[in-house]
Design a protein around this ligand. Sequence first.
Ligand SMILES: C[S@@+](CC[C@H](N)C(=O)[O-])C[C@H]1O[C@@H](n2cnc3c(N)ncnc32)[C@H](O)[C@@H]1O
Length: 262
Amino acid sequence: MLRTGGARHAPYAGHVTERLPSDPVAEPSGPDAARPVAEPGTAPAQPDRPAPVLPPTHETTTNGVGPHPEPWPDDPRLDPELLAAGDTRNVVDRFRYWSMDAIVAELDTRRHSFDVAIENWQHDLNIGSIVRSANAFLAGTVHVIGRRRWNKRGAMVTDRYQHVRYHPDVAAFLAAMREDGRPVVAVDNTPGAERIETAAIPERCVFLFGQEGPGLTDEAVAGADAHLEITQFGSTRSINASAAAAIVMHAWVVQHAELPAD
Ligand SMILES: C[S@@+](CC[C@H](N)C(=O)[O-])C[C@H]1O[C@@H](n2cnc3c(N)ncnc32)[C@H](O)[C@@H]1O
């Protein structure tokens, strides 16, 4: 099997600051100023050889690797196009050169038993970020309640590796969760909530978040099986919904996840 973990195995491994091609490029300064800087669509320059030009991909972000040296490993999970052109996708090193389908199939073998849901009545920009965190913490499915359209930019393409399911309204979502036998945990700092810091978080559940502004609807809170809040200490009424989602997913991880070996 191909081992792609770490820079030792990466022909042109190097660090490219995580950003989208349209984001402004910061001028290097300080000790890094003299180092070669990669342009979008190129692998990082090496001091002793010119940077090869990689074809632009849908996710030219983070650390990337260049074309794989031949002969290529005989592994059906590997994508010949990535082997030939290099892999600059936003994936951890062990998945370098794997096809997207192979990555999703592997993730599906070990997804966690929590799902995440968010109400989407007014194009909530948090959904992309929540999807990205759901991918990082290996949630089962992300449920979007209400509008199907959401801004994918914050997801950094992680939505392609994440199961996303749509429900037209809260009633349909609650019915689907009942059918699945999955307890609904409403998350909002509203009256009646139990503190997540001291709560026993259900191992199999779906965490339900509200939107910026309105927060969770009364219907969602009333239909939930449990209601948790993240304790705050400052003056703001609430934290950003995607920050709240990341905290809650990590709280689940602390209570239930088997940590991977180093
Ligand atoms: C900006 S808040 C909504 C408004 C908030 N309920 C208020 O009164 O200002 C958006 C969502 O983030 C989540 N959230 C924000 N702060 C939270 C906290 N301290 N505990 C739990 N959830 C929180 C909830 O899901 C909430 O519906």
